[in-house]
Structures are given as C-alpha cells and as structure tokens.
Write a protein that binds this ligand. Structure first.
Ligand code: ADP
Ligand code: MG
Length: 247
C-alpha cells in the first residue's frame, strides 16, 4: 500500500536570477500533516503555488497519485483532487456561509450532458457542501452572512470551501494567520480532524500549532530545504537552530 498522495521531486522555480524554490522534494502522505516553515521570503508560498499549478515550475516533477500534474492548470489539478486555501480570502462577503460553500462545491461539479445527470449532480453538490460545512464545524452558522462572521470563522469557512471540492490533498497557507488563542485552538482541532482523510501540507508561522500538528517538518531558507524529517529531530538540528528557530 502506498499512501503517498502527492510526490514532488527536485522542484525549482526561478524568477529571473532568483531561485525562489531551489531543488525541493516533498511527499505528502494520507493521514499526515507535513508542516513547512521558514522565514519570510523562504519560498513557502511559491512552493505551494507550484504544487497547486498556480505557477509552473522551472524544473522538477509533481505526481498526484499515479498522475503526473507538472505544468497542468490549477483547474485540472483541483479536479484531480488537490485543494488549497489562499493567504488572501476567496470568500464572497454578501453571501451566507452556506451559499459560499455551495458555490465552491459547484465549481467542482461534473459537467452535466443530460437533464438526468443535472439532477444527480445537483444532489451530489448539495451533499458535498453539507459535508464540508459539517467537517469545518460551521453547520450552526450556515445562514449567517459571511461578511459579519468573526475572523476565525472566515478562516474556517475558507477551509470548508476548499473541502467542498472533495480534495484528497490539502495545501494550507497560514490558516492561523491573525488568530487569537481561542480561534487558533479551534483551527488546530479542525486540522487534527481533517488529517485522517487527507494528506495535508501546512505552511504556518505559529510554532505551537506546528509542533502540535506536524508529523513531518520541513524548514526552508532562501528557497532551499535546510532540514526535513520528524519534528523533534528537525527542531534539534543545529542548522535549524542557527538559521531559524534560534533567531
Ligand atoms: P514565503 O512564502 O516563504 O514568505 P515566497 O514564496 O512568497 O516566500 O517568496 C520567495 C522569494 O521569491 C522572495 O524573495 C520573493 O520576493 C520572490 N518572489 C515570489 N513571487 C515572485 C514573483 N511572482 N516574481 C518575482 N519574485 C517573486
Ligand atoms: Mg508566504
């Protein structure tokens, strides 16, 4: 049994003379959270953009399951089972929580060729949206206008919208950004719940959350991986102490 759902090898992304991501390899496993940390400008968001197809790599290869997705469009990659959240929110503020999740679910609905298919996919779409709402812990907030919900709930809503596309691989770019302690704790609990059924890459600055959640940890500096492995080992790696955690 191979539970590696996404495997990226030797990814490099150059912007002119700058290697924003430099020969980075990463495997994402079902049931594991792989945290990626590093100072600002380390290349974490660029790596996320390479995996999601938002940026084409200069070189390297990305496999999603058995499928090679290198250079594919973000839409095709999403349809193949990869979901991502953005640092900037995609929420449509005037709509309710439910409407936002329903729209996200619809973006993944199969194209109906037939009125019968349309009826089936309508039910599927609703069911996917309901499930996503529940997983994200937002069922009780479904009829609230998104724009008036608390910051933490909006971040939960972004996760619900990502889940509504039924991804198996989740890329989360700083889901705890701007959160207070209570909101952060509930996001940590949510990510813990998502772990069993997904392979997750978590880019995050909140070290308490990283060490609470991560099964694997990769540290990037200047586009390169300086350490990767079990969180406890990475934490005590002298390279990491010097370059990042010890700062
Ligand atoms: P992080 O998310 O770790 O803070 P980024 O991936 O955003 O880092 O950025 C890595 C490096 O690549 C930075 O030096 C940044 O300025 C540069 N960079 C990111 N995106 C672009 C772009 N579209 N064009 C040119 N340089 C970029
Ligand atoms: Mg970033």
């Amino acid at each position: 049994m191979n539970d590696v759902l996404l495997s990226a090898s030797h990814l490099t992304k150059r912007f002119g003379g700058l290697a924003a991501v430099n020969d980075v390899s990463v495997d994402l496993w079902l049931g594991r959270i792989h945290a990626v940390i590093g100072p600002n400008g380390a290349g974490k968001s660029t790596l996320t953009n390479l995996l999601s197809g938002d940026l084409p790599p200069t070189s390297g290869r990305i496999m999603l399951g058995e499928r090679e997705i290198t250079g594919r469009s973000p839409e095709r990659i999403a349809r193949a089972g990869l979901g991502r959240s953005y640092q900037k929110t995609n929420i449509f503020q005037p709509f309710t929580v439910w409407e936002n999740v329903r729209l996200a679910a619809q973006s993944r609905a199969p194209r109906p060729w037939h009125w019968l298919a349309r009826a089936t996919s309508f039910a599927d779409t609703n069911e996917r949206a309901e499930r996503a709402l529940e997983l994200a812990g937002l069922t009780h907030r479904r009829d609230v206008v998104a724009g008036v919900t608390a910051h933490g709930e909006q971040r939960q809503l972004e996760i619900a919208m990502t889940l509504a596309t039924s991804p198996r691989v989740l890329l989360l770019d700083e889901p705890l950004a701007g959160m207070g302690t209570v909101e952060a704790e509930s996001m940590v609990a949510l990510l813990q719940r998502l772990k069993a059924e997904h392979a997750i890459m978590l880019v995050e600055h909140d070290m308490d959350a990283v060490f609470a959640l991560a099964d694997r940890l990769t540290v990037m500096v200047n586009g390169q991986v300086i350490s990767s492995g079990e969180p406890a080992q990475v934490r005590s790696d002298p390279n990491v102490q010097a370059a990042y955690l010890g700062e």
